[in-house]
Every structure is written in C-alpha cells, then in structure tokens.
Design a protein around this ligand. Structure first.
Ligand SMILES: Cc1cc2nc3c(=O)[nH]c(=O)nc-3n(C[C@H](O)[C@H](O)[C@H](O)COP(=O)(O)OP(=O)(O)OC[C@H]3O[C@@H](n4cnc5c(N)ncnc54)[C@H](O)[C@@H]3O)c2cc1C
Ligand code: FES
Length: 285
C-alpha cells in the first residue's frame, strides 16, 4: 500500500497528490512515470512523476480528472492509500549535449515538463520555459516553474493573463530574437507537440516530445502504446515516452488516441454510478 500524504486541487480539473513511495523517490529521473492501481479492481494508469523527495520518501503526482480512475483519485484524501504503484518506468529524458534548452508545456503538460526544467536548472544549464493554457483560470504551477528557469513565458489562448497566443508563437519569437536553443522539449496535446516540431524543424533544433498513448501493462508486452517513429513502431512505455519530434507520426498517434473512446465512456458511466453511491454513504471528499 502507498499512503497518500497530501492532496491539493490546483484548479477545478487538476489535482496534486503526494504519495509515500520511498524506493521510487530515490530512483526516479525526469521523464519517467509510474503505473498505479487504486484498488484491486482498478485499471492501471500511467502518471508522470512531477517531483520527488528522497529524504521524505515521497513522490508528487499531478493529474487531470478526465475519466473513471482519475476522477476517483480526485476524491481521495490524505490518510487513504493507493493499492499499487510500480516504477519508475520509461527512459529518462536525454539531455546529452544540451547547452541552452527551451521546455514547453501545454496545459497539464506543464506538470509533466516541470521535472525536466528543474533538472536542467539544478545542473546549471540555461533553460527557458513556455507554458500555454486555454484561459487564465487553468494556469497551474506558475510559481514553481518560474523558480526553475531563466525565463518563464505563460501564454493563454484567450489572452486573459495578458499574453495572448499559442506556445509556438512564443517559441518563434524567442528564436527570432536570437535564442540559440540546441534542445526543445515539448509536453502537451499531440497537436501542440506536432506544431512545436514543425516550428523547430527549419532550424534543425533537436526536439523531444513526450508521447502519452493509452497504456495497458507498461512493460512492452501488450503493444498498446505503439508509436510510429520514422520507419519503426516503438513502445512509449519502454522506448519512450520521449521521442524525436521530427520523426513521430503525429497524425497516426491522433487517430489511435481516439480509438477506444466509446469503451472509456462505458467505464466512466459504470464508475460514476459507483462513485455516486460512495458519495451517498459519505466516503467521498
Ligand atoms: C507516460 C504517460 C504519462 C502520463 N502522465 C500523466 C500525468 O502526469 N498526469 C495526467 O493527468 N495524465 C497523465 N497521463 C495520461 C493519463 O494516464 C490518463 O489521463 C489516464 O490514464 C486516464 O485514465 P481515466 O481512467 O481517468 O480516464 P479514461 O476513462 O481512461 O479516459 C478518459 C478520457 O481521457 C483520455 N485519455 C485516456 N488516456 C489518455 C492518455 N494517455 N493521454 C491523453 N488522454 C488520455 C481518453 O481518450 C478519454 O477521452 C500520462 C499518460 C502516459 C502514457
Ligand atoms: S503499455 Fe503495453 S507495450 Fe507499452
């Protein structure tokens, strides 16, 4: 069992949860993730380790309540426990040869990109962070991000925070202004990562994107997380989740990401009725 130490709502959709997991907290590196199961009946879901504190033996997860499992997790409180947490899984982000990096996070991707920026900052490698959100109310981790980078630019689609536009516009502006990036790391919606890669391609800037296909076992056995990268199919769980953004077939990844939507809706309907009953008997938060 993995005890929950703290739970904070970052906004209406996103929750930060600190979980006791001493072995993982000592080993995890930026870019790696865990697979968890809330209880014995629960499905396994992958979540990136947003932060780790080896002294306290804890890891921090930041998740968006999108479906059955994440909604159920969003109702859990400190003092409860998660049944299984396996990890760290996946390959750490490869920062080799990087001297000036731009880390880009779209929405929830900001939480997933945070450890990369922190690692670079801790290792004295100059790093700018560009984050993008639909609107001001959805901005997360602004203070945390600004403490682990040289420049933090927060964009909103509607300009409600004063910086209107997409992350790609901010990236293009930085490049035009002479920022000599030799690595761009992008984490967010597939469409965002596709256009970040298109922006950096003419400048031949190495671009890593973090792919988040549906995962079932997280061990390379089921093939569910296949991503087409150049001429090969690779597994996001063991070969990734980071891949060369100039080689990823984003259009295929977008098609595959909606493949199981009707099954997920059925699972959600099923769990939601269960959650309603739990709330009625007072076990909800
Ligand atoms: C390596 C990796 C790291 C991840 N890290 C995080 C993280 O740190 N925080 C976080 O909130 N989420 C993260 N995700 C996505 C997370 O795993 C899914 O949101 C979660 O599995 C959804 O489970 P659910 O039962 O709540 O929703 P489901 O009922 O399974 O799905 C609900 C909706 O979410 C969509 N969805 C499901 N899985 C994914 C996915 N992998 N990517 C995008 N949309 C998905 C579905 O298409 C559906 O529309 C990560 C995914 C991967 C592969
Ligand atoms: S999740 Fe099964 S092979 Fe990657």
């Amino acid at each position: 069992m993995y005890p929950i130490k703290d739970v904070v709502d970052l906004n209406d959709e996103v929750v930060r949860m600190v979980v006791e997991a001493p072995a993982i907290s000592k080993k995890v590196k930026p870019g790696q993730f865990i697979m968890l199961r809330i209880d014995e009946q629960g499905e396994r879901i992958p979540l990136t380790v947003n932060d780790a504190n080896p002294e306290q033996g804890t890891i921090t997860l930041v998740f968006q309540k999108v479906g059955a499992t994440t909604r159920q997790m969003g109702m859990m409180t400190a003092g409860q426990s998660i049944r299984d947490v396996a990890g760290p899984l996946g390959k750490p982000t490869d920062f080799s040869g990087a001297h000036h990096v731009c880390v880009i996070g779209g929405g929830l991707g900001t939480a997933i990109a945070y450890p990369q920026a922190k690692w670079l900052h801790d290792h004295h490698i100059p790093v700018d962070v560009i984050t993008g959100f639909r609107t001001e109310d959805l901005i997360i981790l602004a203070d945390e991000v600004s403490q682990v980078c040289d420049t933090s630019i927060v964009m909103t689609d509607d300009g409600s925070n004063g910086h209107k536009g997409l992350v790609t516009a901010a990236l293009q502006e930085r490049i035009d202004a002479g920022a000599a990036y030799d690595l761009v790391v992008a984490v967010g919606p597939l469409i965002m990562m596709k256009f970040v890669a298109k922006t950096t391609a003419p400048y031949h800037i190495k671009t890593l994107v973090s792919m988040n296909p549906l995962m079932i076992d997280g061990t390379g056995m089921c093939g569910g997380c296949r991503v087409r990268v150049g001429d090969h199919y690779l597994h996001a769980c063991i070969d990734g989740p980071d891949f060369d953004g100039h080689q990823v077939d984003f259009d295929e990844a977008m098609r595959r990401s909606t493949q199981y939507r009707s099954f997920e809706r059925q699972a959600e309907d099923h769990r939601c009725r269960l959650l309603d009953q739990l709330e009625t008997v007072g076990e909800g938060r």
